[in-house]
Design a protein around this ligand. Structure first.
Ligand code: ZN
Length: 426
């Protein structure tokens, strides 16, 4: 890499980690109410020159921020909590004991269905796939799995990382993690045509996912992503039709129409009519429409990130090495409003801080007021503030849950009996 570029990048990284990075909040998160836990956590980093170091650990927040400042890492990852301090123990002595359950959703895995971009490119249109994915996952996490402490983080480039932080979930081994990710493997990324979406019955979790997708499917998938808009896309759709005969029949039907929407609606009428006339082919695939909806919009997850307890994943609020964007925490309710292409970068927040300070100076001169921003943290002067607040709210909720009195199991089961009875009789 060009020396001047390296120097500039290193300078920006040093500035970022010294004055903007929310080290107190990150240390609080990784301590889970016990400051001694931090030093057993593995950190890894890649320097601007490409050197990679694993099994780093920090005694406390001061050591963490000092190392980030001196090393100016281009990329910071974290992994498991180990039985001993990773940094000072031989690799053979290391046993990963705990880690958050993590999920990685990346828009690259949607290349087979998105038409607006491909590869490394993303835009607001394909970001809608992320919105759908997050809503489906969140509902399942809470309702099917009982997860309560869930952190949503922008990956800094094309996707979202999800950190499930409930303490008992951190104890899951690789096999248990694999079982959970398998539950979500209805559609495997880049596996169009070989998907598992072949349903004999609709599991309540799938029903709920379909309900979440419903308002998006026509406007975003059929129209905006032009699902059946040209021959190539129609052929892809036709590939999933059960028999050669019906495939030809549907092919001829679609050709009568010119827009993706008209083609989809004509297909819906066709399949309804065929079902009503008891066509065996379609009766055997009675959830074909639902299967299609899922194939085009169900979350695609990176399995290896979830299954390996010691798999590395980017530290929230660290910097993406290629885009310079910050891996900010996202508010689930506002994920649809997030604009990945204008997400905060090291440079943009530095510019925002300079602009903020110069505005304050002008205001103070004009109004002859004293400076009321003295106690502000630097990130509060930038667009990072909103995201750090999202993270703080997540930490506060987690603390409330951690400190909540444990309900006596007997009392809890009494509550359950009461609520079941009331459901039965009223
Ligand atoms: Zn796009």
């Amino acid at each position: 890499m060009d020396g001047i570029i390296v120097d500039k990048k290193t300078r920006l990284l040093k500035l970022y980690y010294k004055i903007f990075f929310p080290v107190d909040e990150i240390a609080e998160w990784l301590s889970y109410g016990d400051g001694k836990k931090l030093k057993f956590r593995e950190f890894a980093y890649t320097t601007v020159n490409g050197a990679f170091k694993r099994y780093i650990s920090f005694d406390n927040r001061e050591e963490m921020v000092k190392t980030f400042y001196t090393e100016a890492p281009a990329k910071v990852d974290i992994s498991a909590i180990y039985n001993v301090r990773p940094q000072y123990s031989g690799k053979s002595n290391l046993r990963p004991l705990k880690k958050e359950l993590v999920f990685d959703i990346d828009l690259t895995d949607y290349d087979e269905v998105r038409i607006c971009c491909s590869g490394t490119k993303i835009c607001d249109k394909c970001w809608n796939y992320m919105t759908i994915a997050c809503k489906i996952l969140d509902a399942s996490f809470r309702e099917d799995w009982g997860f309560r402490n869930i952190l949503w983080v922008y990956s800094g480039r094309r996707g979202i990382h999800v950190w499930v932080c409930d303490e008992h979930i951190q104890l899951l081994n690789n096999i248990q993690r694999a079982a959970i990710i398998d539950f979500f493997q209805l559609v495997k990324g880049n596996m169009f045509g070989k998907t598992r979406v072949h349903l004999n019955k609709l599991h309540f979790s799938v029903r709920r996912a379909l309900k979440i997708i419903e308002p998006y499917f026509i406007p975003l998938i059929v129209i905006e992503q032009d699902m059946l808009g040209n021959k190539q896309r129609m052929d892809k759709f036709l590939d999933s039709i059960p028999t050669k005969e019906t495939r030809n029949e549907v092919g001829l039907l679609l050709e009568k129409y010119t827009s993706s929407l008209d083609r989809w609606q004509a297909f819906l009428i066709y399949i309804k009519t065929e079902m009503e006339s008891m066509n065996k082919v379609w009766l055997q695939r009675r959830y074909f429409v639902e299967e299609t909806i899922l194939r085009y919009s169900y979350p695609r997850l990176d399995v290896s990130v979830t299954t390996g307890i010691n798999h590395l994943l980017k530290l929230p609020f660290s910097v993406h090495p290629e885009t310079g964007k910050i891996a900010i925490a996202l508010d689930l309710d506002q994920i649809h409003l997030f604009k990945p292409n204008t997400a905060p970068t090291m440079q943009s927040i530095w510019n925002e801080k300079i602009a903020f300070n110069s505005n304050i100076k002008t205001e103070n001169k004009t109004n002859k007021m004293s400076d009321t921003t003295e106690n502000m943290k630097e990130y509060e002067k930038t667009s990072l503030k909103h995201s750090v607040n999202v993270f703080k709210n997540f930490l506060a909720n987690m603390k409330t849950i951690r400190l909540a009195p444990v309900i006596d199991p007997e009392t809890e089961s009494k509550f359950e009996r009461i609520s079941i009875r009331s459901l039965r009789y009223y």
